[in-house]
Design a protein around this ligand. Sequence first.
Ligand code: PA5
Length: 453
Amino acid sequence: MEESIRFDYSHAAPFLLPDEWEPYADAVKLAHHMLHNKTGPGHEWLGWVDWPIRCDQAEVLKIKEAAAQIRHDSDVLLIIGIGGSYLGAKAVLDIVGHTFSNTLQRDRRQAPEVYFVGNQLSAGYLNHLLDIIDGKDVSINVISKSGTTIEPAIAFRLFRDYLQKKYGAAGAQKRIYATTDASTGALSKLAVEAGYPRFDIPRDIGGRFSVLTAVGLLPTAAAGGDIDALLLGAAHAHAEYRTPELQKNPCYQYAVARNLLYRKGKLIELFVGYEPQQRFFAEWWKQLFSESEGKSGQGIFPATGAFSTDLHSLGQYIQEGSRHLFETVLWVDEPESDVMIGEDPADVDGLNFLAGKGIDYVNEKAFEAALLAHVDGGVPNLVLTLPRQSAYYLGRLIYFFEKACGISGYLMGVNPFDQPGVDAYKENMFALLGKPGYEQQKMELEARINRRS
Ligand code: PA5
């Protein structure tokens, strides 16, 4: 097996006393058994736990075939989805792909341009996207477990219509790939009726835990990413984090460290990375923990930052603001590439002392400097180090966080696998928009809005 991801909580040690861990050992074992034996709250959503070793290879093959077809006949792939049906795919594509993928020469990219849509309700965004795709061959991967989420449903209606006008009904049918619940839901029904190629989101895997299913795999494969490596990484993580022993399981140590810090008033966790390609991974992480733990009046508030950029915006607050936060830092040991700093005979900027060094060396010093400064400023730091930034390590990291999140939620005493708060917003929106069946709710909500104005 490849080298492991390293979890280092030594920079949080001043805030985590050695004897504070021990009482968690039994609670962790209980949470572990609840996850693996499916006996805890939300047990009907635990399909992700063994997914890396039970993922259907026939479905993976079907995904690869569809991806090859998309690469063959499309200049553009539109990925329609929101929340768990968006962030995972975007996170993976950004990390395994080229930063400027969409503007790279086609023969270097060897894949369509990829645009995400249906993840907000901006008319401006839609119109700008229509400008970009004009005259290009387009395919759509619409992703929605329920099929009724309003943002992707509206975008799908718009772009399905666009494809039908451009290619005719039969042509459009071949360019629309639906990723949805295996048997129920509006999108599933629509896909069957229209004859769109369909990919399953297993019933027992919720949105934010679905990135390793077709939800993340089809977009990744279509963009040329290595989905076998992604799944292999997750399978290795599945094996590595299988022990219920807290002392031997870094994934569970992360879950406990968060809980200990939370109980000491560290209410905000700031997840930061030093590679811009990780920005959406941080967004995926944010959704994972926010929807899993933020309920019953509890939960660490997950926030994200991108360093060193945000050291110049958030840095002041982190160093000296309210002492209610801790950081989880993602660091990559071996950069994908490096850029050397040159010698300047005039040395006007005084940087010749860095001549011959790589940018990655400077990035590493920024990481070390911020780590020490923030710890000195009273901010505990948890550090996760990836040997390399690759599809394989991304698979490992995704599984690390999914499992840590399940354990951490159980330690907090919440059901980590539902999201009643998200559903509350969706229901209100249906009512306010006048969806049939919501008449009473609409009247009540409008009365409340009118009272306020
Ligand atoms: O995690 C979740 O359940 C949500 O964020 C959903 O993924 C999101 O609301 C999209 O839902 P759907 O896939 O049903 O369109």
